[in-house]
Ligand binder design. Structure first.
Ligand SMILES: Cc1cc2nc3c(=O)[nH]c(=O)nc-3n(C[C@H](O)[C@H](O)[C@H](O)COP(=O)(O)OP(=O)(O)OC[C@H]3O[C@@H](n4cnc5c(N)ncnc54)[C@H](O)[C@@H]3O)c2cc1C
Length: 198
């Protein structure tokens, strides 16, 4: 950028803390988690754990099924959803080791026989937000004091009112789509105001 934005804006851009996130989606040929009570009989919802995988999210599309919804259908499990430093600890493992760790932990949570769920895996894919080229972080999570010091200046336009800012990070609902939408509407209205459209 040349010239730089105001000092306060540059400080906001450089210092506002972002929390890391990791999700591993796993396509299983059969929904073992819906199969029987021994394996959980879970339908939708989430398991929070103290393991490196942190949490498991279950697809909710079978919750209201009256018929034709069998556990023998394929299903995608978010086999691991991490927030914070565990995201990097898990994602930085080699793909084969990461898969091994995740499947092992899912097996422990559901009490399935050793190797059973490995035989059901069709494909597996990890997203690690700090490594995503156009994100480089999950979502904003201000440290104590950062909202007071940075929030107002993060919102202000720059270059004499020619550049406006929007996004969850400058909203009062950081980390939520509502915050992104709210500030998006605000920025669009400011631009419309400038061009006399409002
Ligand atoms: C793992 C995770 C789970 C979440 N879960 C929820 C949830 O359950 N509910 C909820 O409400 N919110 C959730 N959120 C938050 C929500 O996704 C965000 O708040 C929202 O998407 C932010 O929207 P945004 O428009 O501010 O930014 P983004 O959606 O990040 O949009 C920014 C865009 O800018 C692009 N970009 C970046 N750099 C450049 C560049 N130099 N040039 C051009 N384009 C660029 C990016 O590619 C991206 O498309 C979650 C976020 C994460 C990471």
């Amino acid at each position: 950028m040349n010239p730089y934005f105001s000092d306060k804006k540059m400080q906001s851009i450089r210092e506002l803390n972002y929390i890391d996130a990791q999700k591993t989606a796993c396509l299983f040929n059969k929904r073992f988690w819906e199969e029987n009570a021994d394996y959980g009989n879970v339908n939708g919802g989430v398991s929070f754990t103290d393991l490196i995988i942190q949490s498991i999210f279950y697809p909710p599309d079978h919750i209201r099924c009256e018929e034709d919804c069998s556990p023998n259908e394929p299903g995608v499990l978010i086999a691991s959803y991490n927030l914070g430093s565990d995201s990097a600890r898990l994602s930085n493992q080699s793909p084969s080791r990461r898969t091994e760790i995740i499947l092992h932990d899912v097996e422990r949570v559901h009490g399935t026989p050793p190797g059973y769920i490995n035989s059901l895996v069709n494909s597996i894919k990890t997203a690690h937000w700090s490594n995503e080229q156009w994100a480089r972080g999950g979502f904003s999570a201000a440290y104590p004091g950062q909202k007071i010091n940075l929030a107002y200046n993060a919102l202000l336009p720059e270059y004499n009112g020619r550049i406006f800012f929007a996004g969850e990070h400058i909203s009062t609902k950081p980390g939520w789509i509502q915050g992104a939408m709210q500030t998006g509407k605000w920025a669009a209205n400011q631009v419309a105001l400038m061009f006399g459209q409002l």
